[in-house]
Design a protein around this ligand. Structure first.
Ligand code: HEM
Length: 510
């Protein structure tokens, strides 16, 4: 009897973890032939292999790019335990997926329901649509234009301190984080510190630790895969317990800020006239809450605003700071381009603040940023999605509960779409046709379709201002004492954070 039970369990185990995923893989291989690459490994060997390769290649995507160059493919199918993971590299397929976003939920990389689940990145369907409509206005040109003086002010204040700091990336994160915070709360969040750190640094570190913990422990990785967001309550590790405490503290401080602003708005005598014109995200969200107060409690309303704030901080801080950091790295690698672009900045931006009329004239700088985004986009691959129902994408059948990864990265380095794709050549973006065989889904650094990046114009404005202000004041050089590595935390990024040195221009001339 016991033998039968053990045998039954063993066969069930083999079926779920080996036969089922392998059958799916072979079915796709038979259908797509050379266009489909498959790789079976019980514990998702791909992820660990890439992290190991990284030690030799110093670029987590190098192996993948080389493989694709040798033999392009449309799909790459792997697994983790029973779960199929399908990476889609063909624009014809991911175009359809991006349009039909209702079939997918984004996998919550930080595996938590308290910080971002109700924000714009992870919400779905009607909730997502309502939020997107509400926030879209805040990202329109006129609103962004009003924020330009603030973006200049924050950048200038911090850049003057750059040379004394060793951690350039952290300084850039302080700028981009401060810009999101000021866009959201105005000056009221100015002096908030958590664990003696500026609020944006404390939150960025917390989110990064929450994301990274799965790569540091296979126990946590497997637990999350099986239990989802309940994993942290099941025999939590010491690290998981500490993270929970940090979440509570962050939530407590931000809730205080939101509640104070709610009281201000509610007690304001000129409520409608003062706040309807407000440029702050918090006011728009609180006004919406007040309007729909009957449908949710105060704590629910405040919690949703809190999650929206963390979402925007998460989406807008690291990405933009890392893009700036990557640009600085390429300026250091290509001093001639650096000088050409500095000359453009100096001739166009004659005032201290760089406003939209001047920004429009920075053609070479825009081209340079495009080229950096082509080769080293922090959001190189989109957030992993989980298919919520079986559906068809052209001739490809995606089963419910498969993980889907939309991977536009490989198109950006393909000879089919770019001349000498591996060369860093910003001037290609100054030619009439920088992208060959373009169908508008080849080069999509901010994604495309209804769920593209809502903050893309804000990100580009920030990047141009930060880089221009740096170019005006500093010569950018490589730091020969460190080995640059292109790695993956939440986003694809250069490490360590001091790959670049800034030399004050006057001092160099002295
Ligand atoms: C260089 C900087 C940035 C890059 C490369 C970038 C890239 C992206 C990409 C690729 C997506 C799609 C993600 C997916 O579908 O999986 C996205 C979504 C999003 N981004 Fe950005 N982003 C940047 C900056 C910003 C900024 C500054 C903000 C706001 C402050 C922002 C807010 C968002 C939000 C809210 C979404 C979700 C939109 C939705 O689902 O409706 N991003 N971003």
């Amino acid at each position: 009897m016991l033998i039968h039970l053990l045998l039954g369990t063993f066969l069930f185990f083999i079926y779920v973890f080996v036969i089922k995923p392998l059958c799916s893989m072979f079915r796709l291989k038979m259908q797509f032939g050379q266009d489909c690459k498959i790789s079976y490994h019980f514990l998702g060997g791909e992820i660990w292999k890439r992290l190991n390769d990284m030690k030799i290649t110093h670029d987590i995507f190098k192996f993948e790019k080389e493989q694709y160059k040798r033999q392009p493919y449309k799909l790459f199918v792997s697994n983790f335990l029973w779960k199929i993971r399908i990476q889609v590299t063909d624009p014809e397929y991911y175009k359809v997926m991006l349009h039909n976003h209702q079939y997918y939920e984004k996998v919550n990389v930080i595996n938590d329901n308290n910080l971002m689940k109700k924000g714009l990145i992870f919400e779905m369907n009607g909730h997502w649509k309502a939020q997107r409509t509400l926030l879209a206005e805040q990202f329109e040109f006129q609103k962004l234009k009003n924020r330009l003086p603030m973006i200049n002010q924050v950048s200038l204040e911090m850049i003057s301190d750059f040379q004394r700091q060793n951690n350039l990336l952290e300084m850039l994160e302080l700028i981009t984080g401060q810009i999101v915070i000021k866009s959201f709360f105005g000056d009221s969040a100015k002096k908030i510190t958590i664990f003696e750190k500026d609020i944006q640094v404390a939150i960025a570190e917390l989110l990064n630790d929450m994301g990274e913990i799965r790569f540091k422990s296979k126990y946590v990785y497997v637990k999350r895969l099986i239990l989802g967001t309940k994993a942290c309550n099941f025999f939590p590790t010491e690290n998981e317990k500490k993270i929970q405490q940090r979440i509570e503290l962050v939530k407590f401080e931000i809730t205080k800020l939101i509640r104070n602003r709610l009281i201000e708005i509610q007690t304001s005598t000129q409520q409608s006239s003062s706040n309807s014109k407000s440029n702050l995200f918090i006011d728009v969200l609180l006004q919406d809450y007040i309007k729909n107060q009957h449908s949710k409690s105060e704590s629910q309303g405040i919690d949703e605003i809190l999650q929206q704030f963390i979402t925007l901080l998460f989406a807008g801080t690291d990405t933009t700071a890392i893009l700036c950091y990557h640009c600085l790295y390429f300026f250091a690698q290509y001093p001639e381009a650096q000088q050409e672009i500095r000359e453009e900045v100096l001739s166009v931006c004659t005032e201290e603040y760089i406003l939209d009329d001047r920004m429009k004239q920075l053609n070479k700088l825009s081209a340079f940023i495009n080229e950096v985004l082509r080769l080293r986009n922090p959001a190189a691959k989109l957030v992993v999605r989980n298919s919520i129902q079986t559906h068809q994408v052209k001739d490809l059948k995606i089963q419910k509960n498969w993980n889907v990864i939309i991977n536009p990265l490989l198109q950006s380095v393909s000879e089919k779409h770019f001349v000498n794709p591996e060369d860093f050549d910003y001037k290609r973006w100054l030619t009439p046709e920088p992208i060959l065989n373009n169908d508008n889904f080849i080069y999509i650094p901010f994604s495309a379709g209804p769920r593209n990046c809502i903050g893309q114009h804000m990100a580009l404005m920030e990047t141009k201002i930060i880089l221009s202000q740096i170019l005006k004041q500093f010569i950018i050089q490589a730091n020969e004492h460190v080995i640059p590595k292109w790695t993956l935390r939440f986003v694809y990024q250069l490490q360590p954070s001091n790959c670049v040195r800034l030399i004050k221009i006057q001092e160099k001339n002295d």
